[in-house]
Design a protein around this ligand. Structure first.
Ligand code: NAD
Ligand code: UFG
Length: 340
């Protein structure tokens, strides 16, 4: 049985379904600070396996002790965290408490319970302003905001924990830009308020919730002047977690802490994404060019060869699936889970 902290969130809900379809039961721990309980019913419906829910906070040691005492947890995937870059700049202590203290509380509880397998949701944001794409894991680590710092701090803590005890098995997965939804149209990304990220914003324009997209800058040194990112389908990301859990069950002598990029290795611009969405969904996405967004980089994308080689994992889904699946989710759930 696997524990998914933050298990009702966007990436975790898709990972839960992938686990269920592989016949692996899981427990969801979530405080619903950025998700809703209705997600659990959808996870049940799509994965065919009823998730066990523990409503609680990963920073609460007593909740964790009770959870580990009650369920036969063999490994943990630690998704729980706050992820809004702007909010992390305004409220750094909140981010360090939730993301760093929360992780330490979890690690301590795992130590007490004798659970030593952990997959951690890290982020490409640990690379900061690196302009050396495709980015290998050896690229300089220099996050530029408290959110990114919090991810890197947890990576360092886990590296030290794994070095101190060879029985620990740790994988830190550095996600690039997760997009898309489950093919069923029942699970997807449901941001609160105005979406800060490109794909949910495009989805809300397509469904008529927003009049147009603002393209943040068209004078970057990229082929069409707009920002380039490595968008990865959320189900490919989910499969990456399964691959990591499988990897951690193997013989890891001397290398019990892995840091791995999960991306496609392909850079896609904002305008390419808009065009792809229009092409694959038939929906028109009106847009205007707006000033650059503070803190945005021109271009970054992964070198995913380590994950390809070591985890035997490779992204399978392209722009077509990303756009079609996003649209199916958005179209069937115009207000997200609120109407579920
Ligand atoms: P999400 O907000 O949808 O999911 C996070 C879940 O964790 C939510 O359900 C939230 O309610 C829960 N949570 C937060 N703090 C908690 C706490 N203290 N105790 C219990 N539950 C708590 O976010 P997501 O996009 O699914 O991201 C999951 C993880 O992946 C996060 O750690 C995030 O930083 C990381 N990540 C996300 C992206 C991205 O672009 N979505 C990119 C890189 C890394
Ligand atoms: N963009 C627009 N208009 C929008 C939203 C985004 O033009 O309304 C552009 C951005 O300028 C950027 C691209 O679309 O060029 C992607 O932007 P996102 O906000 O979707 O994603 P980011 O790459 O900025 O950030 C994401 C996560 C961060 C994480 C980072 C690295 O939101 O939390 O990837 O993993 F740190």
């Amino acid at each position: 049985m696997i524990l998914l902290t933050g298990g009702a969130g966007y990436i975790a809900s898709h990972t839960g379904v992938a686990l269920a379809l592989a016949g692996i039961p899981y427990v969801v721990l979530d405080n619903f600070c950025n998700s809703v309980p209705a997600v659990l019913e959808r996870m049940h419906e799509v994965g065919g396996l009823k998730p066990t829910l523990v409503q609680g906070d990963v920073r609460d040691a007593a909740t964790l002790d009770a959870l580990f005492a009650r369920y036969p947890i063999q490994g943990v995937v630690h998704f729980a965290g706050l992820k809004a870059v702007g909010e992390s700049v305004a409220e750094p202590a909140l981010y360090y408490e939730n993301n760093v203290s929360g992780s330490v509380t979890l690690i301590r509880a795992m130590q007490r319970a004798g659970v030593k397998t952990l997959v951690f949701s890290s982020s490409a944001t640990v690379y900061g302003n690196s302009d050396a794409s495709p980015l290998p894991e050896s690229a300089p680590l220099a996050p530029i905001n408290p959110y990114g710092q919090s991810k890197l701090m947890v990576e360092y803590i886990l590296r030290d924990v794994a070095a101190a005890n060879p029985d620990w098995r740790v994988a830190c997965l550095r996600y690039f830009n997760p997009v898309g939804a489950h093919i069923s149209g029942l699970l997807g990304e449901d941001p609160r308020g105005v979406p800060g990220n490109l794909m949910p914003f495009i989805g809300q324009v397509a469904v008529g919730r927003r009049p147009q997209l603002s393209v943040f800058g068209n004078d970057y040194p990229t082929p069409d002047g707009t920002g380039v990112r490595d968008y990865i389908h959320v189900m490919d990301l989910a499969d990456g977690h399964l691959a990591a859990l499988r990897y951690l069950q193997g013989d890891l002598t001397g290398r019990n802490c892995l840091m791995a990029n999960l991306g496609t290795g392909q850079g896609i611009s904002v305008l390419q994404m808009v065009q792809a969405f229009e092409q694959y969904t038939g929906q028109k996405i009106p847009f205007e060019v707006a000033p650059r967004r503070a803190g945005d980089l021109a271009s970054y994308y992964a070198d995913p060869s380590l994950a390809n080689r070591v985890l035997g994992w490779k992204a399978q889904r392209g722009l077509k699936e990303m756009c079609e699946d996003s649209w199916r989710w958005q179209h069937r759930n115009p207000m997200g889970y609120a109407q579920a």
